[in-house]
Write a protein that binds this ligand. Structure first.
Ligand code: HEC
Ligand code: HEC
Length: 445
């Protein structure tokens, strides 16, 4: 599949079909090919890590448990070298449950990397910020490492594709710098990643801009669904090529009006599958299901309650209940991420959803003495604001089928589990058919 071109570089052609749970996805680069010579694939650090070690093109540009299992097996848990440096994901500093984990035998390595292997999460180590509105008063860490000096936060690598839609760099927006473009933030991010994950030196300006230009030029999406067939047929506009044509800017279709045109928020965010509403093609049944799922995503009414940054936000009028849709938060047309920098708390790191494999942190408000227990404080750990604890960005929703599990901590094993989470969290009352239709749509993105 890898071609060596006359300039001597290794190029991966655009649109290579890659199998996933429900069909096939593909990546295209605006360059016309995926340049395997880019710094993204180079060993620029000190521990064998490369960007591709954690952002794997065949795993939706992130990590997935099946892909990790294969690499673990092939490299004896990161001990044996491999040509692309994929095994280097198994490094204790942030690949293991704890940096102090014992990795002396294969069986110990299997235990040491259990969160990575099962949830596809990397340990992000962040300290309590100075001048926080809260204290960290207790740490319950099954791996006996975390403290105020370094909380262990286990997070899914965000895909390094479809970044044209990105408004908020990182789950907690910690690479967002006011006044900088997202491209500039991605350049800084590339250098920070080399220093933090690969224990290397900061990248040069030329390297930063080369990596950032490379990832921003990528688009990935599902192209074929085993039930619905080709996703760019019969009038549908699935697949990655369409992503290039899709306009995006920060604040597009924002809830308070489009930042450029001032047009009011339009809840109809996805229209890729409009033409399948009454498809009578050979795959018509499955195609109509995808179109019904799209309509549910756009219009099914959801009573949004208890979401910090909506229900407690003066801009929204601090409503007890905001009647919305999936698209209230996933508002970017045909991208599905939140088009503004406004991390939200939908409860994924609440104590009630804690599983024994994750740490639990107890925070106390310095003024009110209120207590909050979370597995990951999200945005609040960056800016020290009590109200921002547990907030995460509304991520991009394309190419989902390629990259289970979902949410920042891999809480949902598959898209059916995502739909069930929302159904319970917001008491939506989806019927079994509606759940299946919504999942069919999400799988076709
Ligand atoms: C050890 C694994 C690892 C390596 C190596 C790594 N990343 Fe990441 N990357 C992550 C994780 C985990 C996140 C999400 C962290 C968070 O949000 O707190 C992430 C997030 C990102 C994001 C944010 C995307 C978004 O939607 O905001 C970009 C961009 C990115 N990485 C680029 C890179 C580049 C470029 C390199 C190489 C220089 C690289 N990464 C190396 C694990 C890794
Ligand atoms: C109140 C805002 C809000 C609403 C309403 C909402 N989402 Fe989300 N969505 C988010 C946030 C925030 C995240 C990331 C949360 C996290 O990981 O902590 C997310 C994450 C996701 C993800 C995971 C993506 C990934 O890369 O892991 C999917 C899929 C998703 N939402 C689908 C939906 C669907 C389907 C609906 C409607 C049934 C919906 N969302 C309604 C805010 C919202």
């Amino acid at each position: 599949m890898v071609r060596r071109y006359r300039d001597g570089k290794n190029h991966l052609p655009n649109d290579i079909p890659i199998a996933d749970v429900t069909g096939v996805f593909a990546t295209v680069s605006a360059q016309g090919f995926v340049d395997l010579g880019n710094e993204f694939f180079q060993d620029l650090g000190a521990n064998g890590r490369r960007c591709v070690s954690c952002h794997v093109p065949t795993a939706g540009w992130t990590l997935t448990p099946p892909e990790l299992a294969a690499v673990f097996h092939a490299t004896d848990g990161g001990v044996r070298a491999d040509p692309f440096g994929l095994g280097a994901v198994f490094r204790t500093l942030d690949g293991a449950n704890s940096p102090n984990a014992d990795v002396s035998t294969l069986e110990k390595r299997r235990q040491a990397y259990s969160l990575l292997l099962h949830r596809g999460v990397i340990r992000i180590g962040l300290a309590m910020p100075a001048n926080a509105e809260f204290d960290l008063i207790a740490v319950d860490d099954p791996y006996s490492f975390a403290s105020a000096a370094q909380l262990s936060l286990y997070r899914r690598p965000l895909p390094t594709t479809n970044l044209k839609f990105d408004s908020t760099v990182m789950w907690d927006g910690r690479e967002v710098v006011a006044g900088e473009t997202v491209l500039q933030q991605l350049e800084t991010q590339a250098s920070d990643a080399t220093v933090i994950h690969a224990q290397g030196k900061p990248l040069t300006d030329a390297q930063r801009s080369s990596v950032a230009a490379f990832i921003v030029g990528l688009a990935s999406a599902q192209t074929f669904d085993r039930a619905a067939g080709h996703l760019h047929e019969d009038g549908a506009r699935g697949g990655p090529e369409e992503i290039f044509a899709q306009p995006f800017y920060i604040g597009i279709n924002d809830n308070f009006g489009d930042s450029k045109t001032g047009a009011p928020f339009n809840p109809v965010v996805f229209n890729l599958y409009d033409a399948w509403t009454c498809s009578c093609d050979r795959d018509g049944d499955a195609r109509r299901a995808v179109a019904r799922g799209q309509a549910l995503f756009n219009t099914k009414s959801i009573a949004i309650v208890g979401v910090s940054s909506i229900n407690d936000e003066p801009a929204f009028g601090t409503p007890d209940t905001l009647m919305g849709t999936c698209t209230t938060c996933h508002d970017t047309p045909n991208g599905g991420n939140h088009s503004v920098v406004l991390p939200l708390n939908i409860g994924l790191s609440d104590e009630s959803r804690r599983t024994p494999d994750l740490p639990l942190y107890t925070f106390q408000n310095r003024t009110t003495k209120a207590i909050l227990k979370l597995t990951d404080p999200g945005r609040g750990l960056i800016d020290g604001k009590w109200a921002h604890l547990g907030r995460f960005k509304g991520p991009m929703l394309r190419d989902l089928a390629a990259r289970a599990p979902y949410f920042h901590n891999g809480f949902a094993a598959d898209l059916a589990a995502v739909v069930n989470f929302y159904d319970e969290r917001f008491n939506i009352g989806f019927s079994a058919c509606e759940k299946a239709d919504l999942a069919a749509f999400l799988h076709a993105l």
